[in-house]
Every structure is written in C-alpha cells, then in structure tokens.
Design a protein around this ligand. Structure first.
Ligand code: FMN
Length: 150
C-alpha cells in the first residue's frame, strides 16, 4: 500500500509573480532531490495565497517529509486534509510535479469549477487530486508540444 497525504498551507513569501515563480522553482528543485532519495512522489499546486500538496510513498517517509515541510517558514498554518492508504501511486512520474496558477492553466481550473481563488478549507481531497491530475496532464501535454516544436 502507498500512503498518501494531502494538506494545504498559506504562502508567506511576499512578492509579485516573478518572486513567486522563483520561490516555487526553489521549492520544487529541493523537493525533487529529496523526494527521489526518499521514494516520495506527488504534486504541488500553488495559487498565490495557497499551497496545496499531495505526498505519496512509504508511510514513514511521507510522515517525515510532511513534518519537515510543516516547519518551513515559507508557508504557515499547514492543515492536513486527508491521509489514507491507496493501492498505487497517482503521480508515479513526478518526484514532485508542480503548477503555479497562471493564465495558461486557468482553463483547467475552470473545468473543475474554480473560477475564483481556491478555498482549500472547503475542498475535499478528491477534488484536489482530480485537479492535480489534470494539471499534471496539462503540463505533460505542454512539454510534449515543446518537444515536437523544437
Ligand atoms: C509548500 C512547500 C512544499 C515543499 N515540498 C517539499 C517536498 O515535497 N519535499 C521536500 O523534501 N521538501 C519540500 N519542501 C522544502 C522543505 O520544507 C525543506 O526546506 C527541505 O526539505 C529541506 O531540504 P534540505 O534539508 O535538503 O535542505 C517544501 C517546502 C514548501 C514551502
């Protein structure tokens, strides 16, 4: 069984879109290094105010990773939405995929009924996972397109 944890938190890094992008890139780069070592996969959604993240892997590693993340001062008020065991990874190809909410991905949010800002306190973990799966698919299509174009 794979352990899966979904949480949200509030971004504490001030700044404009560019600062946020840099922040997101730094988080993802360290996450990818650590998570490949620890057998963690998942996805990180960043919607200006909010981070929403899915972590999956062995139970002890997921717990350890979450505890480390929760101490990070780049966000605050982490709230676990759900933990459960699942038969297989949902994000097997990503040590940590990530998507910042940009106009480019707005259509994906709209397909899930999120016209305005996310309100993570009102979300069910399945809604988050379904959004993350579609953001992942969108990102993979985009990369595929870039490869074909180049
Ligand atoms: C929103 C958010 C998500 C993060 N996700 C991960 C993650 O998936 N894996 C990870 O190792 N670190 C993650 N981090 C970074 C950790 O908080 C921490 O800075 C990092 O693991 C420390 O790694 P180091 O000891 O190798 O420097 C995240 C940080 C934030 C703010």
């Amino acid at each position: 069984m794979i352990h899966q944890l979904v949480y949200y938190s509030r971004n504490t890094v001030p700044g404009d879109g560019r600062a946020m992008l840099t922040n997101m890139r730094e988080i993802l780069s360290v996450s990818q290094r650590n998570n490949s070592r620890d057998g963690i996969t998942g996805f990180l959604i960043f919607d200006k105010t909010w981070f929403v993240q899915i972590l999956e892997g062995e139970r002890a590693q997921v717990t350890e990773t979450y505890n480390r993340i929760a101490r990070d001062t780049r966000h605050s008020g982490t709230v676990v939405i759900n933990v459960r065991d699942v038969p297989a990874r949902l994000f097997p190809n990503w040590t940590m995929g990530g998507a910042m909410r940009t106009p480019e991905v707005q259509e994906v949010y709209l397909q899930h009924g999120f016209g305005g800002p996310l309100e993570p306190a009102r979300l069910k973990s399945d809604q988050i996972i379904n959004l993350a799966l579609d953001l992942q698919a969108f990102e993979m299509d985009r990369r595929q397109g870039q490869r074909i174009a180049s």
